[in-house]
Design a protein around this ligand. Sequence first.
Ligand SMILES: NC(=O)C1=CN([C@@H]2O[C@H](COP(=O)(O)OP(=O)(O)OC[C@H]3O[C@@H](n4cnc5c(N)ncnc54)[C@H](O)[C@@H]3O)[C@@H](O)[C@H]2O)C=CC1
Ligand SMILES: O=C(O)C(=O)Cc1ccc(O)cc1
Length: 361
Amino acid sequence: MRTALVIGTGLIGTSAALTLQSRGVSVHLADHDPEQARMAAALGAGTDEPPIGPVDLAIVAVPPAHVAATLADAMRRGVARAYLDVASVKAGPRRELEELGLDLSSYIGTHPMSGKERSGPLAATADLFEGRPWVLTPTRETDTEVLNLALELVALCRAVPVVMDADAHDRAVALVSHMPHLVSSMVAARLENAEETAVRLCGQGIRDVTRIAASDPRMWIDILSANPGPVADLLSAVAADLDETVSALRALQSSDEAKRQGGATGIETVLRRGNAGQVRVPGKHGSAPTAYETVAVLISDQPGQLARIFADAGMAGVNIEDVRIEHATGQQAGVVQLLVDPKVAPALAGALRERGWALRQ
Ligand SMILES: NC(=O)C1=CN([C@@H]2O[C@H](COP(=O)(O)OP(=O)(O)OC[C@H]3O[C@@H](n4cnc5c(N)ncnc54)[C@H](O)[C@@H]3O)[C@@H](O)[C@H]2O)C=CC1
Ligand SMILES: O=C(O)C(=O)Cc1ccc(O)cc1
């Protein structure tokens, strides 16, 4: 691939553009808000000048409700040899394109399973897709050349291609993305009118659970509107679990010992089912989950502390598999949890102590 056109230069479009541009592809940037395209160009994602002739690949990265119309317009203008979109839902946009009567041999629906709770070009990063699944939904109509260009994009972004049917994709993301998004919003909504004295006690757990609730509601209305059935089915299963859990908690309040026992069993069941589901969440790079050991380092809130820890871990020859940061509310300090192979954890802890870091036991 030599040339690409990114239409929709927000978080996902600009991230893809930054990666392609850094790999030597000449990228053109377009957005219905020219300021967004200008900003992406200023970040080094390409040029906001239109291409002179058709590019190799057009990447449509606009909100799901605008995908079909944007693609149809680009295809009619013949701006590229191949077209793809990156929307979080796949069956709806394809159906809309079919209804528009377009030849879809030059189109493939795709979805990078990587993103953030922030929107716009300023949130974009060139490594956003590294090691993450990127779903491709070719059909019998899809030209081989188009599939190959999509695979080349995924490879250039160092993502992991996963081929799926559009409906199967939508059911899968209802489970791993859309239903959890709503649950996160509902947990976060409990905080809206909560007492400040309670909110300031928030720790890492609630931060993890509510991070995605900060996302742009307009985008998520679009996503959920295109996948309501599967999400409603899953949410009603969650509602059944909630009902059972509430009954179990009420039983725990009973003065009857047998009822209390039943309540405890009910709670244990839901917690154990949670353990069994959680171990199935894949580790980094989509690999099987790995049990890492945590080395927890106390840091002061000063510039360069993280970089120093990473450099010191590197000097000790230790590969950091994952990292989590706990900020203590209202304090200029925090804890960095370095997740490493259990075999190297003692050596890392020793090396960091030697270099003056305080470790939390
Ligand atoms: N946010 C995320 O974490 C992820 C989002 N996606 C999908 O990627 C797509 C883009 O999402 P984000 O980059 O997060 O959104 P964003 O809000 O950061 O960017 C969307 C951009 O599209 C532009 N736009 C809107 N309508 C347009 C139109 N008709 N023509 C041209 N430009 C138009 C907007 O001005 C904006 O710059 C969506 O389809 C979303 O479902 C996929 C994976 C992750
Ligand atoms: O922020 C996160 O962790 C996400 O999971 C973001 C995300 C949002 C929408 C998608 O279609 C895919 C990924």
